[in-house]
Design a binder for this molecule. Structure first.
Ligand code: GLU
Length: 374
């Protein structure tokens, strides 16, 4: 078994529509879903956390609404998703419940993973669901997402979810069993690659478009997904879901393509916080807090003496000591106005000052990178 898969603690599994929904009848393939959920239950027993990103809402709903075959207008696909998502969620709920697991429906729009404040919210909710033992089943909120603000395909959505959740592996299960040197079928000598260490322009050029009627994502979106995943420190596999127990098959050698990340998700996330995000303000901390940070603690409002700049919840801020030296950077759990109201205050006092129950930390240690000691 590949070490990436064996060692992974947190997995995201993306299910393409054509696996779940029969193209001719539009019915849900219950046996296949059952076998997938058996695999997920096994992974959970092995101590792994699993997040599912599932397509299928449009494919299920279009059949119920008797919409014509072929590409749909945006309004029709949104209507189909509104109908089909109910069936999809029920199908997962039933299949997981039969295996002693709890399904949690999470519908995301592009902004939930791109916009800082909502990103923190989505990440927190999904982390809570995992810690409570539920299996998040994610789809795009197709009904409200119009063309400019939608992912449109679940390959990229799954990659965003994987990097947002610092997952170790992302598996794209669909009707293609890997990444080929040329579109299989159209080019006779096309070979499946076992692993891709760097997504070079050559690799990108190999991605012809092998989509199927039901799923939007062809190879091009899968390569886009791979870029997002590996940048976030997540290894990504393209594997066939056309077999029963598709995740068990993935554990066997060969048989799929792995896109390998060069850093682990925590390192990649810290690099993103440290370097990619433009800081929107600063928090000045006292000696005690600086000391606590260097011992790996989160930053509590009690240790903050001053706030600079205008930032939103989820924005990057610089952490400075009393002399103005930069200690590190992190994502603020409060906007600048609330942060000013709670600075110097004990965490227990916050709900009364704010009028709501927010995070006890101003910057959580998972959202922080330190450059130097206090
Ligand atoms: N969100 C769409 C659905 O559930 C699927 C998009 C895709 O196939 O990538 O039907």
């Amino acid at each position: 078994m590949r070490a990436e898969w064996a060692k992974a603690k947190r997995l995201v599994v993306k299910i393409g529509s054509s696996l779940l929904v029969d193209g001719a009848s539009g019915a849900l393939k219950a046996d296949w879903l059952g076998s997938l959920c058996d695999d997920i239950a096994k992974l959970r027993r092995d101590g792994k956390e699993v997040i599912v990103v599932s397509s299928g809402a449009i494919a299920l709903g279009r059949n119920v609404l008797k919409l014509p075959k072929g590409p749909l207008k945006l309004e029709d696909s949104q209507a189909a998703a509104a109908v089909g998502q109910i069936d999809l969620a029920h199908a997962y709920e039933d299949a997981f419940r039969a295996r002693g697991l709890i399904a949690a429906q999470v519908l995301l729009t592009l902004g939930d993973t791109e916009e800082r404040r909502r990103y923190l919210n989505a990440r927190n909710t999904m982390t809570t669901l995992l810690s409570l033992g539920a299996v998040p089943v994610v789809n795009e909120n197709d009904t409200v997402a119009t063309s400019e603000i939608r992912y449109g395909d679940n390959d990229r959505l799954a990659a965003r979810v994987a990097s947002m959740m610092s997952a170790d592996c992302l598996v794209l299960l669909s009707d293609v069993d890997g990444f080929y040197t040329a579109p299989p079928g159209s080019a006779p000598g096309a070979k499946r690659l076992e692993e891709v260490r760097d997504i070079t322009p050559e690799i990108e050029a190999m991605a012809g478009d092998v989509g199927s009627e039901l799923s939007r994502g062809g190879m091009v979106t899968k390569i886009e997904a791979a870029k997002i995943a590996v940048a976030g420190g997540t290894h990504m596999a393209i594997a066939s879901g056309k077999v029963l127990n598709p995740l068990q098959a993935l554990a066997e050698p060969g048989g799929c393509t792995w896109f390998l990340a060069h850093a682990d998700p925590v390192t990649a996330r810290k690099r993103w916080i440290a370097g990619t995000l433009e800081p929107k303000g600063a928090v000045i901390v006292d000696k005690g807090a600086a000391e606590a940070l260097s011992r790996g603690k989160s930053l509590l409002p009690a240790g903050v003496t001053r706030i600079e700049g205008a930032f939103e919840r989820g924005d990057a801020v610089v952490i400075k000591n009393g002399e103005g030296a930069e200690l590190g950077r992190g994502l603020a759990a409060y906007d600048h106005e609330d942060a000013r109201r709670i600075l110097g205050r004990k965490s227990g006092e916050l709900p009364e000052i704010l009028g709501y129950r927010g995070d006890p930390e101003l910057i959580h240690r998972d959202d922080m990178v330190l450059h130097r000691r206090g």
